[in-house]
Design a binder for this molecule. Structure first.
Ligand code: HEM
Length: 450
């Protein structure tokens, strides 16, 4: 099925090019659970980020040529946010690299295909900006001196200078990080062709943020695979009483929480309702809730089994000196999962709205559904059962809930207005017509039992 922009996705796996993501991970020259695997996943994520920045910079340069400064500013807001993700990836790489000795060769980030792509695009953008700076129509000094956030030219210059500094930071961090399997060329180590294919496999016509929407799913999808393999190893180790091994693999898994969380703010902050609506029909009957690795493996099945194994070990081996660290890992995983869910809630709120707005997959009220998924998980949380002091608060309680849900707050008003806009733009989704009259093709995957 197609619309005027291109293909309407058949399912989440295809939408996010998870075959390419899986192949890129399978091509890794390191076993899951090793420090090299952590670094390769981080560097592959950097490749995804750089291809996206390159695409955005090319478009931003085109906007400058066309003197569409407002559109250029929007592209650069996204660029700025992707640089923040790159910084966070590079910090994780530095932390992981601390496990090697000083002599270990360092990562040649500037020798990867995505870096070359990015640098070429940065050069063209800078050339375009420098050319404009020479024209009488714009006085960059006056923009910096006199304008502020309400002005598109200010947005362009402010994002460009912020992105330049962040680029200096992440590139230096990565160049100071370790190079795993130094005998392999960077593009072989990263399976760069497969990463590139994941980024560009699906394209839509027009000026949309579809590639970026996909990237901000693809990076978490890639990194969570390593987390899941490690949690599985930790479960096995904890069950047989090898607490040292369990702590060790979870130490590594934890390094990837921060980069995954870092992928939400770019989409929360930059994706306007309008821009999401430009690509919504092409998402078809899909949802992030069809992410087998995030929702089912990590958030549910492996999480429950890990906590069960830790609780069992506590009963059997409570005096082991590493037991407090193992239990700490359980709490950290709990905090990660729920902070991710809380941040993710912005997305249905901002892009779909309330007032019984249906999700693509047909949930009666998308925002209520996502809240319910979070709150049900919170009320059945295995860590909260094990550690009575770690209760996950329900989203329906707290000192501000009464005000925020009451008539004086702007919250209900904005949710309702957003919902009305969404329903008006997507009658087919709301009334389950045409593509959306079909049953959702997704069914619950077999449980990942360790
Ligand atoms: C505009 C962006 C997004 C919107 C509007 C959105 C909307 C939703 C909705 C409505 C659900 C509930 C299930 C349903 O009715 O289909 C959901 C669940 C979910 N989404 Fe998203 N989502 C967005 C972005 C993302 C991203 C970037 C990810 C990252 C991979 C993601 C991952 C998930 C997961 C894992 C769930 C299950 C939640 C849970 O287990 O608590 N979503 N999303």
């Amino acid at each position: 099925m197609r619309n005027h922009r291109g293909v309407i996705a058949e399912h989440y796996h295809a939408l996010q090019s998870l075959d390419s993501i899986n192949s890129a991970r399978a091509a890794m020259a390191a076993e899951p659970g090793t420090r090299s695997a952590l670094l390769i996943g981080l560097y592959q994520s950097v490749e995804i980020g750089l291809h996206n920045v390159a695409q955005l910079l090319d478009r931003a340069a085109g906007c400058l040529r066309d003197r569409d400064i407002a559109a250029c500013a929007v592209d650069l807001y996204w660029v700025r946010s992707f640089h923040r993700v790159l910084v966070r990836l590079s910090l994780a790489a530095r932390r992981v690299s601390a496990g090697w000795d000083d002599e270990a060769p360092r990562w040649t980030v500037d020798a990867t295909p995505a870096f070359a792509d990015f640098l070429g695009s940065l050069r063209s953008f800078d050339g375009e900006l420098a050319h404009l700076a020479d024209q009488p129509e714009i006085d960059l000094g006056a923009v910096i001196a006199e304008r502020t956030l309400d002005d598109a030219w200010f947005g362009v210059l402010h994002c460009a200078r912020t992105a330049n500094h962040d680029a200096r930071v992440w590139s230096a961090n990565l160049a100071a990080s370790v190079r795993p399997a130094p005998g392999l060329a960077p593009e072989q180590l990263l399976a760069s062709d497969l990463v590139r294919q994941a980024v560009f496999e699906h394209q839509l016509r027009g000026h949309t943020y579809f590639t970026q929407f996909r990237a901000l799913h693809q990076i978490p999808e890639l990194l969570v695979r390593e987390i899941n393999d490690r949690v599985e190893m930790a479960i096995r180790s904890a069950r047989v009483g090898d607490i040292t091994a369990a702590v060790d693999v979870l130490d590594g898994a934890e390094e990837l929480f921060d980069p995954i969380e870092a992928c939400l703010p770019p989409i929360v902050d930059n994706l306007s309702t309008h821009d999401y609506h430009q690509i919504r029909e092409n998402l078809g009957l899909t949802s992030g809730s069809h992410s087998v690795s995030l929702r089912f493996h990590l958030f549910t099945e492996l999480y429950e089994q890990l906590i069960e194994a830790i609780a069992g070990r506590t009963a059997a081996d409570g005096d082991h000196p590493l037991m407090p660290r193992l239990r700490r890992h359980a709490v950290n995983l709990n905090v990660f999962i729920f902070s991710w869910r809380d941040m993710h809630l912005h997305l249905p709120r901002n892009n779909l709205g309330g007032a019984e707005t249906k999700s693509l997959t047909g949930s009666q009220d998308a925002v209520r559904t996502v809240r319910k998924m979070r709150d049900n998980a919170a009320s059945n949380d295995p860590v909260a059962r094990m550690e009575k002091r770690v209760q996950v608060p329900s989203s329906a309680v707290g000192p501000l809930v009464e005000y925020l849900d009451g008539p004086e707050s702007s919250d209900g008003l904005l949710l309702t207005e957003t919902g009305k806009v969404t329903q008006a733009n997507f009658r087919d989704v709301q009334e389950r017509l045409n593509v959306f009259s079909q049953p959702c093709p997704f069914s619950r995957p077999p449980r990942r039992v360790v």
